[in-house]
Design a protein around this ligand. Structure first.
Ligand SMILES: [Zn+2]
Ligand SMILES: [Zn+2]
Length: 119
């Protein structure tokens, strides 16, 4: 995975982005919900948002309160779309989930942008 002994961050543009977001979050300059990198999985947020670790029934991240079920994530990397909708009621939206979708879209866009630039 490219880990180095001197840093807990992976090398390259993703590692730099992760490190700067960690620092910004510690300084209260960035809300955890607005991050495009995941501090837990060390991936772009859109790549790991489907993990159960991103479900929170209290804050309603990926959680339908009316049905009391987790919401599945559908990511279309080509189209750049992120869909998080309850399969039972066809809704399940919450402010937290809306923000999560925005972060995933931003993460998709950022990772594509970075990939086009030489490292
Ligand atoms: Zn994650
Ligand atoms: Zn529902």
């Amino acid at each position: 995975m490219g880990w180095t002994s001197e840093s807990r961050y992976p090398r390259g543009v993703f590692g730099e982005c992760l490190a700067s977001e960690d620092a910004a979050e510690d300084d209260l300059r960035l809300a955890p919900d607005d991050r495009v990198t995941c501090p837990l999985h060390h991936r772009w947020i859109y790549r790991c948002v489907a993990s159960p670790a991103h479900i929170n029934a209290v804050t309603r991240h990926r959680w339908c309160r009316s049905c009391a079920v987790p919401l599945p994530v559908v990511i279309d990397e080509i189209a750049g779309t992120v869909t998080i909708v309850c399969t039972r009621c066809g809704d399940g939206g919450s402010p937290a989930t809306t923000r999560l979708i925005a972060a995933c879209r931003a993460s998709l866009a950022t990772s594509k942008q970075r990939a086009r630039q030489p490292a």
